[in-house]
Design a protein around this ligand. Sequence first.
Ligand code: GUN
Length: 295
Amino acid sequence: MAELLKGKEVREKILAQVEKDVQRAKKTQGVVPGLKVLLVGDDPASEVYVRNKARACERIGFHSEIEHLPSSVSQEKVLQQIDDCNQDDSIHGLLVQLPLPDHINEDRIIQSIHPLKDVDGFHPENVGRLCIGTPRFVPCTALGIIEILKYHDIEIEGKDVVILGRSNLVGKPLLNLLIQKRPYANATVTLCHSRTRNLAEKCRQADILVAAIGKPEFVDGSMVKEDSVIIDVGINRVEDSSREKGYRLVGDVKFADIEEKVQAITPVPGGVGPMTIASLMMNTWQAFKLQTGLE
Ligand code: GUN
């Protein structure tokens, strides 16, 4: 039976540490970190994520603001909001929830966020810093995956890691983290995508397999190596009339098919998901320290 790599315990540990740091800053300096989230449109999954981010802020003592804009909002208006946040000293971290409506240029939006407030780590300056090995803000899911492996004492150094999915949110930043010359990295990484040949064969080489492609239950038992470690980043809604909500959540991995075969696996929900919030809180705390010069 595989070890379940649950994210909740790790998240709790990280949040408790950040909460302690925040309390200290509040007591000694009278200031608290502030996070602003811009949500455009009414994607139901995004609304849940944003609500959870605000809840985490409240819990650990951050100031948080959510600005909910209609899907018809102009790009100019979003850019104006971002500019206002860039100038606002009470906001240390700024995040624009993705995806955005089609008429809004995602790159333009990301590039307009001040790099020191870019707690998502999506701004080209922060992406570049990660690539050259001097990271500032690391994208939350990628950072969360490293934290979950660290917490469960799973060796990364020298391991063969296969990542499925080349997104800017997960695949690419995780690749750049894992190949760094430092502890909890030093891995040999293969990044697979829709044009990869012999995909199953490559997956079977992996000591650690990360599935981040957004395809429900794509990875099955024939694609994984015995005793490997499986990180399932997928959170897919599939129709299920037996559930009250009419759907259930499944990962990118066929959990029941592989749990007997592997050494460890992240469950969905409750694995990588909770870690992204923990990472966001860590990044916001770091942004606060960078902008205020406080420890
Ligand atoms: N949508 C899904 N994941 C993320 C994330 O990590 N950051 C932002 N801004 N949007 C997302």
